[in-house]
Design a protein around this ligand. Structure first.
Ligand code: SF4
Ligand code: ZN
Length: 385
């Protein structure tokens, strides 16, 4: 028997909505998915007309759907935004070089200018080289710290004042759980904020804050969006992995668990009088920092001195290690001072992608939760989530 969509009662239901378990048709799914994101944007007053906005684009499902939805909503509701794609090339052979090809195709599909900043260009090191030095244990610490700065630095080069990222509800719920497990009060307070702003005056926001990862995959699937779904080859992030497995188990029992955790995180109140880190400016590179020298500069110093464990432990231990390293005080390469970064007017408007046949692009995947698929898929089930 044909099941009708519970929202319009007209069309055939083709999917079971992961967030609400409602059986709905494709058009109603697009409508609720896009409208919820629009409501998130307007409720939080994320943008104002004329804003220059960079979409952090990795070529993965979240940022590809984000670029598509931002473009759709900007046109439909006339937000009046000037949008760009901003990508970070960490220098991971076989992963980021291929996913950047997807971003270059997205640039053409969505007609948005693209800027790519690389770790090699900013820090003098690629992730491939860093992993050779530090191994596969703390590599994501380096990568995460370097990426955060790279996005802000790329934004200055693009002349934008706002970065939107594809962090979804699952990512935020995982981060809340991780910060509770670690007892990290400072981060717990910040991680549920939809907009954050540092010294650099560049706002960062998460329009997908309440959007389920499973629905993002479904949207990409039905819209036939071009995204790259291979995992990073250096992805050992075990701690996040535990939080993720736990969250997926909770979601399987009760789908609202993800939103419930976010709402609980938002409701946390931090006792007054708790000492919180103060915001300073790094004395070397001018980036915001809670210490005199920012984490990126400390990590870079460790790499350049051949002491890759610097910056992984406590600050005092780091200083002691440097003092004991007995190295002559030769000047080491540093990161360009933030205040001297110039708007890069010469950045290319279009970067041509390679022929997709020459690039490893994974086959289209079929999400679970589809009850009546008219697209007659031939791909494999997507088990990546
Ligand atoms: Fe970087 Fe780790 Fe993510 Fe790979 S998994 S891109 S190394 S943070
Ligand atoms: Zn610094």
């Amino acid at each position: 028997m044909v099941k009708l969509c519970v929202l319009c009662s007209k069309n055939r239901a083709v999917l079971k909505r992961p967030k609400t378990a409602q059986q709905i048709c494709q058009d109603c799914f697009y409508y609720v998915f896009e409208t919820e994101i629009h409501n998130t944007i307007t409720d939080a007053k994320l943008f104002k007309r004329g804003d220059n906005v960079a979409i952090g684009a990795s070529g993965g499902k979240d940022s590809t759907v984000l670029a598509h939805v931002m473009k759709t909503l900007n046109d439909r509701y006339d937000y009046g935004l000037n949008m760009f794609l901003l990508s970070v090339d960490e220098g991971i052979t076989g992963y980021r070089d291929d996913s950047l090809e997807t971003v270059k195709r997205n640039q053409q599909q969505y007609d948005l200018p693209l800027k790519i900043v690389s770790y090699q260009q900013l820090y003098g090191w690629t992730m491939d080289e860093i992993v050779k030095e530090v191994g596969l244990k703390n590599n994501c610490t380096y990568c995460g710290v370097f990426r955060r700065q790279a996005l802000d630095r790329g934004s200055v080069m693009l002349g934008v004042d706002h970065i939107v990222t594809g962090h979804n509800a699952d990512d935020i719920a995982e981060t809340i759980l991780m910060n509770i497990f670690r007892g990290d009060v400072a981060r717990l307070g910040r991680c549920t904020e939809i907009v954050t702003q540092g010294e650099s005056m560049i706002r960062r926001s998460k329009p997908f804050k309440y959007t389920y990862e499973k629905e993002i995959v479904m949207y990409a699937y039905f819209k036939k969006l071009d995204y790259f779904s291979t995992e990073c080859i250096y992805s050992p992030n075990a701690y996040r992995g535990h939080a993720r497995t736990f969250l997926k188990d909770l979601e399987a029992i009760r789908p609202s668990a993800i939103i419930d955790i976010i709402h609980s995180g938002e409701a946390f109140e931090i006792k007054t009088g708790i000492k919180m880190p103060t915001q300073k400016t790094c004395e070397r590179c001018g980036y915001m920092s809670s210490n005199d020298v920012c984490k990126a500069c400390v990590l870079l110093e460790g790499l350049n001195r051949g002491l890759p464990q610097l910056g992984i432990g406590k600050e005092s231990k780091v200083r002691k290690q440097i003092a004991e390293s007995n190295q002559p005080d030769q000047p080491l390469p540093t990161i360009q001072h933030f205040s001297t970064i110039k708007r890069d007017n010469a950045s290319p408007d279009m970067i041509l992608p390679k022929d997709p046949a020459l690039v490893h692009t994974p086959p289209p995947r079929v999400p679970t939760g589809i009850i009546d698929d008219q697209q007659k898929p031939t791909g494999k089930k997507d088990l990546s989530w």
